[in-house]
Ligand binder design. Structure first.
Ligand SMILES: NC(=O)c1ccc[n+]([C@@H]2O[C@H](COP(=O)([O-])OP(=O)(O)OC[C@H]3O[C@@H](n4cnc5c(N)ncnc54)[C@H](OP(=O)(O)O)[C@@H]3O)[C@@H](O)[C@H]2O)c1
Length: 359
């Protein structure tokens, strides 16, 4: 029998992507959907209409799946937790704090929000990158006397950086990283989102709170779990995060200084080896290849890469030796913020935790 799942924040940018990622899922079935009081009581089709214009604000490529159209959106207070095996939560972080805690007392909560990411007994998980940190969930359950738990994904800008840094940190002793992001509009969500008049034909040079999150999360994800705590990775991270007029998918320009010699060919080989042995291979939402490394200098491009493996592959291009450092490399990456970076990545995380017996 399939595990019964709820989606919280089902009307939002990430929530809509959850609807698609969980359609016909072999292990999980969506039985309850919730959003704010604004949407509660409405059929899903009506709930995603823009309240000002009445236009259907479906933001995902392709049709709205039939299974959800007539389902009624409820408020989080109406969720029947005793009829659930797990919850996917994609609500704004302020509201998420209380709501996720309330449900985690009883069931696993897989979250895309930042509400719990920086707590000592909460891992920030990227399936395939730091699966061993999932053992911190047992500590969390014990500490808080919860039957469930909160398992957050990172910020969607951290995702691509941490995924591409993993082999560079483990194999080449990466010690400093400098990143500039070009982030998609959908990363800001629907409410309030980025104003069209601000971002069209423009680049916004600042995203509040984003850079601090990327620095902290990258170090935590690449760190080691020891004696029930995560020791952050010994790596310095600096970044500038910008918003660009791209609908889906974050692009990042990255410079990395390593302690061991590195060159583009060996880095490419490392990514290909990691792809072959990545832990999530074979899971229902896993891509057929985790990393794609291109020698064509015209890659990555959001319009091309977001279609590859349904947005679950991290693309790397422009891999070049960086002469500024004794040992170092630079590259550009693409990571889909709503697929691997949130909704479908969260489903992949649930699959990984299910296999580990945590769900
Ligand atoms: N967008 C991305 O690419 C991305 C990537 C990674 C992580 N995240 C994180 O994921 C979360 C969701 O982001 P998003 O972009 O999907 O935001 P969004 O488009 O603004 O959607 C927010 C959702 O939360 C619901 N909501 C707001 N306040 C609520 C409350 N008090 N109780 C219940 N539901 C409430 C909204 O319902 P109504 O429609 O009824 O208002 C809506 O469904 C955020 O924490 C964000 O930081 C986003």
């Amino acid at each position: 029998m399939k595990k019964k799942a709820a989606i919280l924040g089902v009307t939002g940018a990430v929530g809509q992507e959850f609807v698609v990622s969980l359609k016909d899922h072999p292990w999980f079935e969506v039985t309850q959907i919730a959003a704010s009081e604004r949407s509660a009581g409405k059929k899903y089709l009506d709930a995603i209409r823009d309240p000002n214009t009445g236009i259907s604000a479906w933001q995902v490529r392709g049709e709205i799946p039939d299974y959800i159209k007539e389902m009624t959106v409820i408020s989080v207070d109406e969720i029947k937790v005793d009829e659930l095996d797990l919850i996917f939560s994609s609500i704004e972080s302020g509201a998420a704090r209380d709501i996720e805690e309330r449900f985690a007392k009883d069931v696993p909560v897989i979250s895309t929000s930042s509400a719990f990411r920086y707590e000592e007994d909460v891992p920030i998980l990227i399936p395939g990158i730091n699966d061993e940190h999932a053992d911190l969930i047992d500590v969390q359950r014990k500490n808080r006397n919860w039957k469930g738990f909160v398992a957050p994904l990172p910020n969607c800008t951290t995702t691509g950086l941490a995924i591409t840094m993993k082999p560079l940190y483990e194999e080449y002793g990466a010690k400093k990283v400098l990143m500039t992001s070009m982030q998609a509009i959908s990363g800001a969500g629907r409410t309030p989102g980025v104003s069209a008049i601000d971002v069209t034909d423009n680049i916004l040079p600042y995203i509040p709170n984003e850079e601090g999150k990327v620095k902290k999360e990258t170090r935590k994800i690449l760190g080691k779990l020891k004696d029930g705590k995560i020791e952050p990775a010994d790596i310095k991270v600096s970044c500038t995060c910008t918003r660009v007029p791209v609908i889906d998918g974050h692009t990042e320009s990255v410079f990395v200084e390593t302690s061991k010699p590195i060159d583009p060919a060996s880095a490419k080989k490392s990514y290909e080896e990691y792809s072959k042995k990545i832990s999530v291979n074979g899971l229902p939402s896993a891509p057929s290849f985790y990393y794609a490394v291109h020698e064509d200098p015209n890659r990555p491009q959001p319009r091309i890469e977001r279609e590859v493996n349904d947005g679950m592959t991290t693309t790397i291009g422009r891999l070049e030796k960086e002469e500024l450092f004794d040992h170092g490399i630079k590259y550009m990456l693409f990571s889909h913020n709503k697929k691997m970076g949130s909704a479908k990545g969260a489903v992949l995380l649930a699959e990984m935790l299910y296999k580990k017996g945590k769900i």
